[in-house]
Every structure is written in C-alpha cells, then in structure tokens.
Design a protein around this ligand. Sequence first.
Ligand code: B16
Ligand code: MG
Length: 218
Amino acid sequence: MSKKGFIFDLDGVIVDTAKYHFLAWRKLANSLDIDFSETQNEQLKGVSRVRSLEKILSWGDITISEDKFMELMAKKNDDYLTHINTMDENEILADVPKVLEHLKEQKQPIALGSASKNARTILKKVGLYKSFDTIVDGNDVSKAKPDPEVFLIAAKQLNTNPEDCIVFEDSVAGIQAANTANMISIGIGEESILGEADYVFKDFTQISSEFITELITN
Ligand code: B16
Ligand code: MG
C-alpha cells in the first residue's frame, strides 16, 4: 500500500475553538467600542492572530501604536487561554479519533498543520498530542495561510511529496493553501463556503472508511 501524508488543520477540524476565539475577540473589540459579530468572526477563521487584530481595528477604523497592538494581542491571548484551560477530550469533534485510528492502522503518516500558536497546548488538553507524527503550527511559519508554507513544511517533515498529501481544512484560506501546495484538499464545513476544495464534507461523521481507503490507495 502506498504511503500518503495526511495533514489536519486544528481549529474547526479537530476541535471547535472558533467559539473561544469569538468570545475573546468580542471582549477585546467591545473594550475598544467596536462591534463584533459572528459573521465577522467567520472572516477570522484560519487567519493569523496579527492579521485578525489588524482586521478588527480596520472594522472599527482605529489606528494604534505598535506597543498598544502588542499589548492587545497579549490580552486577547490571555483571555483565549482561560477558555482553552477548560478543554478536555469531550471537545474533540465527532469521529475525529476514529479517522485518526484508521489512518494509524493503515500506517499512514499524520501531521497537524495549524495557524495557531496555541496548537500544542490545545492538543495536550484534549489528549491528542501523541496522535501526530509531526506538528507544524503558527510558531513554525513566517507566512500565514493562504500561503502554503505550513502544509509544505508538514509534507517535508513527513517525508512525503506535496502531491501525495491530503489536507483537511475548515477555512477558505486553508483550502487555498492546500490547493496552491498541489495537495488534495478536503473541506470540513459548508459546500457554499468551501467550494474551492476537491471534496467537501459537513464533518467527519460523513467520511466513510472506504473513502479514506480510496485516498490511501489512489
Ligand atoms: P492563535 P487553524 C487558526 O487555527 C484559527 O482558525 C484562527 O481563527 C486563529 O486566529 C489562528 O489559528 C491563530 O490562532 O491566536 O491561537 O495563534 O484553524 O489554522 O488551526
Ligand atoms: Mg481551521
């Protein structure tokens, strides 16, 4: 059987941390008198922390000093981490462990490819830290998604050619990154949002073992 490389995004694919990002960003935005809706939160999925704050400030038409910018980023992250600290294995999204197990049984290399600088902390909290052969996160990249850097580093660390990699992603930026890297992109979410992906599934409960086997053998 051929060896592929399976790369998983974190937020929105393995766990739903978007809800915690939302609470932390909303608190920060409101403290600056900026409104922050769930629709706006959608636009921050897969986007780096720096870029997220830039976007929020532009929505509020606010300019701040670099020092203040750093201070707000730290504040948001502190607040976000108070939510992350409450997480346990119950927050792993449905059927994710099943798919990981299946891949492991088939001896397929597995990587994490996330924009988050908190990825390792989150994986430890939910007990999945040891499930990945390699972890590439926001601390390891200089260019954020849609740049393919995070996935290309993951492929390299798995010792797999990019065209033999399969990426699971919930964000438009992440799907674009996978496509640019010449990888097979699998969107987890809505077809109307992730239409650029090679395949889209609502969640992992919709992905059959046969489909995974096909990905491995084709
Ligand atoms: P942090 P992913 C992304 O993670 C999130 O989707 C995005 O909303 C967040 O701003 C980004 O990580 C940075 O996260 O502040 O924890 O470094 O979806 O690429 O796993
Ligand atoms: Mg994501």
